[in-house]
Design a protein around this ligand. Structure first.
Ligand SMILES: Nc1ncnc2c1ncn2[C@@H]1O[C@H](COP(=O)(O)OP(=O)(O)OP(=O)(O)O)[C@@H](O)[C@H]1O
Ligand SMILES: O=P(O)(O)OC[C@H]1O[C@H](OP(=O)(O)OP(=O)(O)O)[C@H](O)[C@@H]1O
Ligand SMILES: [Mg+2]
Length: 302
């Protein structure tokens, strides 16, 4: 039996100890103003600036740790979270976790790949074959959806080598550049899941004051994610030229227009999503703007 979870007034966030998502997850949390003291065994980071502690673990353990209430949130690949959800479903248990946010990095696909020498005619071709994968539930759902009866061979690593070793006929594994598949004379033929890093959290509200801390952290995360993509565009234009210029501004927030003392011109500021190209600046200049400036944004709170 699982022991009862002790009340905690500090939020605990699980991230990958090493591997692909560990460092970017730490950077993201640091960009939210979190600072830490590291435990001697380097498995626990005690939050100093906010009551938010970080647990460093294997990525596969993250959904289970949240489900058991050991952690409140986690930064993990969608592939791992979906597999956890389907495993629970297979056990007849209700869904317990959600994607609270999508982070836009750690992007990869869960693909079926077959030997390079073979033709691909469609999912039916997999009937009766052995498919090596670390994601048996996600693969199983896709096979069911496609009415294919195949045999998943579960491996925790080095999945791509399985066909060469005679352990499987094809594979279902994570792909980003496709380099690992090519090195093993395999080629991707269909995608069964698009993945990226996500914030995983419980569906239910947290208690003991942790929901408030989680909300604060997520608000800062939203700001940090938006910031990465944001630039402040500043320019000046004559009052008469403003109406023609406004429709040319790059997509972003509502522009702020300010009077410039004793002048027949205004200063315009607009928060822009993404970068501002040279050709856009030239177009604005051609339309009468001057003193154009594009600035990075260091902090933002809506
Ligand atoms: N080639 C890739 N490109 C981009 N993202 C990837 C790639 N491979 C995996 N990922 C994403 O990064 C996550 C972590 O991958 P990694 O290879 O570090 O995991 P791991 O070997 O299972 O690590 P752990 O030791 O924590 O169990 C994956 O679950 C997936 O979401
Ligand atoms: O399409 P590619 O860019 O080649 O990436 C795909 C590889 O990346 C991941 O493994 P990783 O390199 O993280 O090593 P691991 O198998 O030790 O987890 C994944 O399991 C694939 O093997
Ligand atoms: Mg793992």
């Amino acid at each position: 039996m699982t022991p009862p979870v002790q009340p905690r007034e500090r939020l605990r966030v699980a991230i990958q100890k090493s591997g692909r998502l560990g460092e970017p997850a730490r950077e993201l949390l640091a960009s939210c103003g979190l600072t830490w003291r590291e435990s001697r065994d380097k498995l626990f980071l005690y939050g100093e600036s906010l009551p938010v502690d970080i647990l460093l673990v294997r990525d596969d353990d993250i959904p289970g740790l949240i489900a058991d209430g050991v952690c409140d949130l986690g930064i993990v690949g969608r592939n791992v979270l979906v597999e956890h959800g389907l495993e629970r479903e297979a056990q007849g248990r209700p869904a317990d976790l959600n994607e609270w946010r999508q982070l836009g990095w750690g992007t990869c696909r869960l693909d079926i790949a077959i030997p390079e020498s073979e033709e691909w005619t469609g999912p039916q071709q997999l009937e009766g074959l052995r498919i090596a994968t670390s994601y048996p539930q996600t693969l199983g759902r896709w096979l069911r959806d496609n009415g294919v009866d195949a045999e998943p061979v579960v491996l925790n690593g080095s999945v791509e080598i399985a066909p060469r070793l005679g352990q499987a006929d094809v594979v279902c594994d994570l792909v980003s550049t496709g380099g690992t598949l090519r090195a093993n004379q395999l080629r991707p033929v269909t995608t069964i899941l698009h993945s990226e890093a996500v914030i995983a959290g419980p569906r239910a509200t947290l208690d003991d004051g942790r929901q408030e801390i989680a909300d604060l952290l997520v608000r800062r995360l939203d700001g940090a994610l938006q910031l990465k993509e944001s630039r402040l565009l500043m320019l000046r234009v004559s009052r008469d030229g403003l109406t023609d210029l406004l429709p040319l501004l790059p997509e972003g927030h509502e522009p702020t227009v300010m009077r410039v003392d004793d002048r027949d011109e205004v200063s315009v500021q607009v928060l822009v999503h993404g970068s501002v190209s040279w050709s856009k600046l030239e177009q604005l200049k051609h339309a009468g703007a001057h003193n154009l400036m594009v600035l990075p944004v260091e902090g933002m709170l809506a």
